[in-house]
Design a protein around this ligand. Structure first.
Ligand SMILES: Nc1ncnc2c1ncn2[C@@H]1O[C@H](COP(=O)(O)OP(=O)(O)OP(=O)(O)O)[C@@H](O)[C@H]1O
Ligand SMILES: [Mg+2]
Length: 334
């Protein structure tokens, strides 16, 4: 009985010693890993600290001097190791975050005076929802984005239309001097027309023909005119939502900078809260406004959302000039 009790106490004692040893090991291991993942010193900090302290030779020093030297070395350790890790952690410091924001690659819209109000253009690879009532200038805006991209930035583009046919688009674009037919002949531009019966097949193929066209001409810009017409092709509400989700998923995968045109719900601001708004990286609303009592309407645009961008919060007057759309930030609309 007495022997059993002794064996039991010995066992408890050994477990405790082993426990302390293991905890110490685990702590050292995880701290070491943390530094390693920060790209700091490869050595574990505790061993580095010991190494620095080893430089102090106690036999050469008085007790007081030794203490001072040791604390100096400890400070050196903090500066070397912790300072370095803080530097690594600096990746998330405010100034660097700002420079990261600035590092977002921008794509010029081509709409005169507009880019400087959105930090230089749309975010490269983003999906921009362009909403507006009929006749507010959505197609012209998108064609301008496309034409400017091809001619000024050497960025080929693809225009997917569920609405206007090719001839109509070309004719209306020519009014502003944009010759898309010539660009198509040079293989820098393509119009893909889709009729209702073709869309189901297109989705079943995972948008294959669009992806092929993107690869063939090296398209960097894409326009979908319009998602409203596309959605109308689905009668079942669930299938419609599912198809829109799948379509946006493809748009993001294709990595082009994309404008998706959408006809407005009665209140444009509702777009922000509906699923299209959430799926898009940016929302631009176009209006053709008339203030009560006034006898003229004004074309204007507003940015309702633009991820990662410090954008203007003004409703901007928009003019249809000889060579395309232009915004007038200094014009007070009403
Ligand atoms: N040369 C021009 N000069 C002035 N305004 C023009 C000119 N061309 C087009 N517009 C304006 O743009 C409107 C048509 O633009 P657009 O076809 O881009 O509209 P939309 O929003 O795409 O319309 P929908 O929803 O019907 O397709 C016209 O109703 C007119 O107000
Ligand atoms: Mg249109």
């Amino acid at each position: 009985m007495y022997l059993n009790l002794n064996i039991f106490l010995l066992f408890i004692g050994l477990s405790h010693v082993l426990g302390v040893f293991m905890t110490d090991k685990i702590e050292k291991h995880s701290v070491g890993k943390m530094f390693q993942s920060l790209g700091a010193e490869q050595k574990q900090p505790d061993s580095k600290k010991e190494e620095l302290l080893e430089e102090v030779k106690p036999e050469d020093l008085t007790k007081k001097e030794f203490k001072e030297e040791a604390s100096q070395q400890a400070r050196k350790f903090d500066n070397v190791i912790l300072g370095k890790s803080a530097q690594q952690l600096g990746e998330i410091s405010v100034p660097q975050m700002q420079s990261k924001q600035r590092a977002i690659e921008r794509v010029s819209t081509g709409v005169e005076s507009f880019d400087e109000l959105i930090e230089g253009g749309f975010e490269k690879g983003s999906v921009v929802l362009l909403v507006g009532a009929p006749g507010t200038g959505k197609t012209i805006f998108a064609l301008q984005f496309m034409h400017y991209g091809i001619v000024a930035k050497k960025e080929p583009g693809i225009y997917i239309t569920f609405e206007e046919d090719r001839e109509s688009l070309y004719k209306h674009a020519l009014v502003f001097g944009w010759d898309f037919q010539a660009l198509e002949q040079k293989n820098l531009f393509r119009v893909l027309e889709y009729r209702p019966h073709q869309v189901e097949k297109l989705m079943k193929e995972g948008g294959g023909p669009i992806k092929d066209a993107i690869n063939e001409i090296g398209a960097k810009r894409l326009v979908v005119d319009s998602i409203t017409s596309y959605a109308l092709l689905f009668h079942d509400e669930y299938v419609k939502r599912q198809s829109i989700l799948e379509f946006f998923d493809l748009l993001h995968k294709w990595e082009t900078t994309t404008i998706v045109i959408s006809e407005t719900p009665a209140d444009v601001h509702l777009t922000k809260a509906d699923s299209l708004g959430f799926l898009s990286d940016a929302i631009i609303a176009l209006y053709y406004k008339k203030e009560g009592g006034k006898s003229t309407r004004v074309h204007c645009c507003e940015i309702l959302k633009m991820r990662g961008t410090k954008h203007t919060n003004k409703v901007l007057a928009m003019g249809f000039e000889e060579t395309g759309l232009k915004v007038y930030p200094d014009v007070e609309i009403f």
